[in-house]
Design a protein around this ligand. Structure first.
Ligand SMILES: Cc1cc2nc3c(=O)[nH]c(=O)nc-3n(C[C@H](O)[C@H](O)[C@H](O)COP(=O)(O)O)c2cc1C
Length: 304
């Protein structure tokens, strides 16, 4: 049985299951629960050229079927990641995908250049964070601006480039096409949806930042529809993100057109969920006599 899946001409994952950016930090804490080598890939917390402190607390709140976060892209910065975190991740037999962001084209380009290092398998460019005023979302909304940004980053980067899109746009397929045209290798859909929570007892917003991004099972149907829409308009691989918590979710996203998936807040509730999900995929393949993941990608049977 072949669970491997291709994300770029020079990037194959041993299975389609990766961590999502921001819910797995730099892998250290989760390595106490399980061997990270079981994963198809680890996607790091989003990194910027300089360290960032993020938004005021409280920064997370549980909601029915999900959670809202307003972390605000807090991270250790690229130099600290390269000097203190990367060597730990290199100790595992898994692909290392580094999520990054900037606030200007120049910052994106400099960050990509700084991260173009041995041991890093690919970069995932975030143009979709709803929790910060300047976190790339202005590029992620405009197909022309996105095309120009991706092209510039592509021009300086030797390794695979994945672009992570926001669901908060009028027509995501236009953005996906711009990303493909600018020669990115793959697209991640989707980041969180803008949301808020209010504590009526104190007449106050729950989050220090007032608003944040919704994730978890509540957004899964939205993500599924977007992956399906995007998969019908681009030919580059799609990585699904949004509410994935079980092997059944993974298979559904693969049928909708995803080549791989990222597990975000599900692993905050159950850090062992990766093991169960990977075993579940194998079980499904065995039961349905599927020899390779590639056979399933985009194979949703729709009524004529
Ligand atoms: C606490 C938290 C922090 C996140 N930080 C980032 C980030 O730094 N960069 C990014 O691209 N996405 C970030 N995300 C979005 C996730 O990677 C993922 O796309 C989103 O949560 C949807 O997946 P899920 O429903 O499985 O959590 C974050 C999400 C959460 C919950």
């Amino acid at each position: 049985m072949d669970t491997s899946t291709r994300i770029a001409s020079n990037l194959v994952l041993k299975n389609p299951v990766m961590s999502a950016s921001g819910t797995f930090a730099y892998g250290e804490e989760f390595s106490e629960f399980f061997d990270l080598s079981i994963l198809g890939g680890v996607v790091t917390k989003g990194l910027s050229l300089k360290p960032k402190t993020g938004n005021p607390t409280p920064r997370i709140v549980e909601t029915p079927c999900g959670m809202i976060n307003s972390i605000g892209l807090e991270n250790v910065g690229i130099p600290v990641f390269l000097n203190e975190k990367l060597s730990f991740l290199k100790g595992f037999d898994t692909q290392i995908i580094v999520n990054f962001f900037g606030t200007t084209e120049d910052e994106y380009v400099l960050a990509a250049e700084a991260l173009d290092k041995d041991g890093i398998s690919a970069l995932e460019m975030n143009v979709s964070c709803p929790n910060v005023k300047k976190g790339g979302i202005e590029f992620g909304r405009d197909p022309d601006a996105l095309y120009s940004l991706v092209k510039m980053v592509r021009g300086v980067l030797g390794r695979p480039l994945i672009v992570k899109l926001s669901p908060m746009v009028t027509d995501i397929t236009q953005l996906a096409l711009a990303v493909q045209e600018a020669k990115a290798d793959a697209i991640t859909c989707i980041n969180t949806l803008p949301a808020m929570a209010i504590d009526e007892r104190f007449r106050r917003p729950v989050l220090g930042n007032i608003t944040g991004g919704l994730s978890g099972p509540a957004i899964k149907p939205v993500a599924l529809k977007i992956v399906w829409d995007v998969s019908r308009c681009v030919s580059i691989p799609i990585i699904a993100s949004g509410g994935i918590a079980t092997y059944r979710d993974v298979i559904q996203f693969i049928l909708a057109g995803a080549s791989a998936v990222e597990i975000g807040c599900a692993c905050l509730r159950d850090p062992f969920c990766f093991i169960e999900i990977i075993e579940g995929i194998r079980g499904y393949m065995e039961e349905h006599h599927i020899e390779s993941i590639a056979e399933l990608i985009g194979k949703l049977e729709t009524p004529r």
